[in-house]
Design a protein around this ligand. Structure first.
Ligand SMILES: [Zn+2]
Length: 165
C-alpha cells in the first residue's frame, strides 16, 4: 500500500489522531517542592522518595504481591510498573524487568557507593524509586530494584487513582 493510501485508510479508521497522540505523549513535570511532599506523605515514604533513602531488604509487603495490577508512584500516583513485569529476584526488594512506559521513569548516575549505580525516579514528581541493574531476566536483561515504600499497588479490578497534583 502506498503511504498516501495508508494515510487515507488510517484517517478513515480514526488511527491518525491516535498515532499522533501516542507520539506526543510525554510526562508533564509536577512542580512541587520536597517540603510540600513532606506535609502529605508518611515520613517513612518521604525519606525514600525525596531523600533517596533505602528500605531494609525484605521489609516490604509488596515483595509477596502476586496479584495482577499496577504499581504506581507512592507520591504522585503515576503508573510505573505492571505486575506482568514483576519477578522474584531474591534480593528482598520488589523487582521488575521493565517499566510500564519508559517515559514514566528517568535515570541518573549515583556515586554514593564506591561503584556508580544508575538511580531511577518517577518522571513526573522526581520521587526516588530505586536503582536499575543489568542482571535481570530476559527479554530486557534489566532489574529495576524498587523500594516498596515508593510504590502503591492497585489490583487490576480497582480503578487507578487520579494523579496527585
Ligand atoms: Zn511520582
Amino acid at each position: 500500500m502506498q503511504r498516501r493510501e495508508f494515510m487515507q485508510v488510517a484517517v478513515a479508521l480514526g488511527l491518525s489522531s491516535r498515532l499522533a497522540t501516542a507520539e506526543q505523549h510525554t510526562v508533564e513535570k509536577l512542580d512541587k517542592s520536597p517540603k510540600n511532599w513532606k506535609s502529605i506523605l508518611p515520613l517513612e515514604r518521604y525519606k525514600i522518595l525525596f531523600q533517596e533513602g533505602t528500605e531494609p531488604s525484605g521489609s516490604s509487603e509488596l515483595n509477596k504481591e502476586k496479584r495482577s495490577g499496577t504499581f504506581c508512584c507512592a507520591a504522585c500516583y503515576l503508573p510505573l510498573f505492571s505486575s506482568a513485569a514483576k519477578y522474584e529476584s531474591g534480593t528482598g526488594w520488589p523487582s521488575f524487568w521493565q517499566a510500564i512506559d519508559e517515559k514514566h521513569i528517568e535515570t541518573k548516575l549515583d556515586f554514593r557507593l564506591i561503584y556508580p549505580r544508575t538511580e531511577y525516579h518517577c518522571a513526573r514528581c522526581g520521587g526516588h524509586q530505586g536503582h536499575v541493574f543489568k542482571d535481570g531476566p530476559k527479554p530486557t536483561g534489566l532489574r529495576y530494584c524498587n523500594n516498596g515504600l515508593a510504590l502503591i499497588f492497585i489490583p487490576e479490578n480497582e480503578p487507578l487513582p487520579e494523579l496527585r497534583g
